[in-house]
Design a protein around this ligand. Structure first.
Ligand SMILES: [Zn+2]
Length: 141
């Protein structure tokens, strides 16, 4: 990913927080996703009075992209209003891994726009996904 795409990804992740619907937690989260073909998608967390109905910003961005036909991604950025760097929850890590290889960069942005970079493989080692099933099945035969 070039510097221009990275800058745009970070800006969109920060912007995405603005539409967060989080009246219960007051914890705004924004995400921005870059597809292989260079399309950007934003997502925010959307909560519900029935708490289990809430969806995180990362999954919102992925659902928007996947439902528009995108299956391959280059990078994801996640922003919050916290001074600390906040990482995706367990459900999101599983969800993201469905559409990412272990090398895909995932950036955490704090409230100052500073970032930390990790890879999908760091966030979810030994992921349960199609790729690993295929590798395991090959090893057996
Ligand atoms: Zn999540």
């Amino acid at each position: 990913m070039d510097a221009q795409d990275q800058k745009k990804l970070f800006r969109l992740a920060m912007e995405a927080k603005e539409t967060s619907y989080s009246p219960y937690s007051k914890f705004r989260v924004g995400a921005a996703l870059l597809t292989k073909d260079g399309t950007f998608f934003k997502g925010c967390n959307v909560e519900n009075s029935s708490y289990g109905g809430a969806i995180c910003a990362e999954r919102t961005a992925y659902v928007k992209a996947v439902s528009e036909g995108h299956r391959q991604f280059r990078a994801l950025a996640v922003s919050t209003d916290q001074e600390d760097f906040v990482s995706p929850c367990g459900i999101c890590r599983q969800f993201i891994s469905e559409f990412s290889n272990a090398e895909m960069p995932i950036y955490f942005l704090n409230n100052k726009g500073e970032h930390r970079e990790f890879t999908m493989g760091q966030l979810l080692p030994l992921a349960f996904n199609l790729e690993n099933h295929i590798e395991r099945n090959h090893e057996k035969s």
